[in-house]
Design a protein around this ligand. Sequence first.
Ligand code: C2E
Ligand code: CA
Ligand code: CA
Length: 431
Amino acid sequence: MDAFVRDDNDDSRDAVTGLIGRDGARRRLAQWLGRGEQVHGLVVGLRRFDAVNMAYGAAVGDAALAEVAARLKHFAGDELEGGWIAARSGGGQFLLLTSEPCSRERWQVAAAQLLDALARPIACAGTTVRLSPRGALLRGLGGESADSMLDRLGQALSSVMAHPGRRVLWADGEATRAGRSAAQLESDLLRAIDGNEIEVVYQPQFGCLDDRLVGGEALARWNHPQLGRIGAGALFAIAERADHVAQLSRHIARLALSGARTWPMDLRLSLNVTPSDLAQGDFAGDFAALAESTGFPAWRLTLEVTEQVLLADAAHAAQVLGRLTARGMRVALDDFGAGFCNFRYLKLLPLHYLKLDRSMIDGIAGDLRDLAVLRAIIAMAGALELKVIAEGVESEAQRALVGAEGCASYQGFLRAQPLSAEDFVALAEAR
Ligand code: C2E
Ligand code: CA
Ligand code: CA
């Protein structure tokens, strides 16, 4: 179960999760510290993970660990803007290190959010596993060695694992008092929506044939006055807890639509829509009226929904989206390939695009089976007359492959990170 293979960086990778191990993490951490980087660390332990192995067998245990690793990487990719290292530091133990400049409070919010993500049920091999993750946090001291940081994290994790009532602990012994309480964050959010703290950034999307800019996806950021910048994942998690998703979504939609009004006429705007948005009273009517009031034409809008809308009430979601497509808007099925897609549902929704999750793009340049899966999905999309958008394109090799295989457009760090409204307009005008 703990087999390791060598990779090109000479760090061993765990065969179950694909992550580097503790030694590899220590080596990379030492390099950061040598360069004088300020490092924040989080070690996650899974309580009673042995019981999962005992109850369900090692194959299910391994699948759960692989899912934890995938969620960890997904989280780091989405939430951290600086460098990060994810590792499996022991049986049921994972390590996340970042060199992103961040406050203590911000790191604690991020940790809580990651633990929430890891605690969500994991479906594998026909059963559902629930893990109970615990975390220890640390902020590197000036001049501290990698070994000392990892030791302090390990000790703090042992104490938090021994306390049934506690979820996270700082390695410097301080309890969680530095953090903002959930209630505080929720009231902060209301202030943020009324005030000026929510920002919309736009990630450019490019055509695969000619690499021309074809549009942008609106992504939300929260510029919190005390905690600094909070990513979309944490923002929506807080909104969800406070039951303010609809209000937040509406605010973001208004900002995004107004921001995109001055874009050149051939550019499309993509907006993310959550299941709770679609479940709102008259979402179709309200949203269409909002779009109209901003002057952004409906036919240039793409709504991105995930399979989760289908879990709630598929027929209702299809009906609401149908009313919006009747006005000329288009719909993309987002994060395709990240979950457990039920292909039957593809027929149910009024779709125009399949947007491939970045986990589907990750391996295509190095693994023939990943490429075969991509090919099959694109063929299926073609048969359903759906255009394919590739997400998370990070290398030239991936870009060349998604183009050659027939994706219509792509977005990813290779060509552009999400940009501020001004930078996006500058890019559009410089074409
Ligand atoms: P998503 O809709 O799948 O958005 C794409 C996410 O992938 C963005 O993260 C983007 O920064 C990131 N990304 C883009 N290219 C690459 C790449 O090449 N490599 C890697 N590793 N990541 C890449 P972001 O902005 O943190 O958003 C995370 C998720 O939060 C989004 O996933 C979306 O589900 C949700 N979200 C973001 N903004 C909004 C919003 O305004 N409304 C709603 N409802 N959801 C939002
Ligand atoms: Ca999206
Ligand atoms: Ca996506």
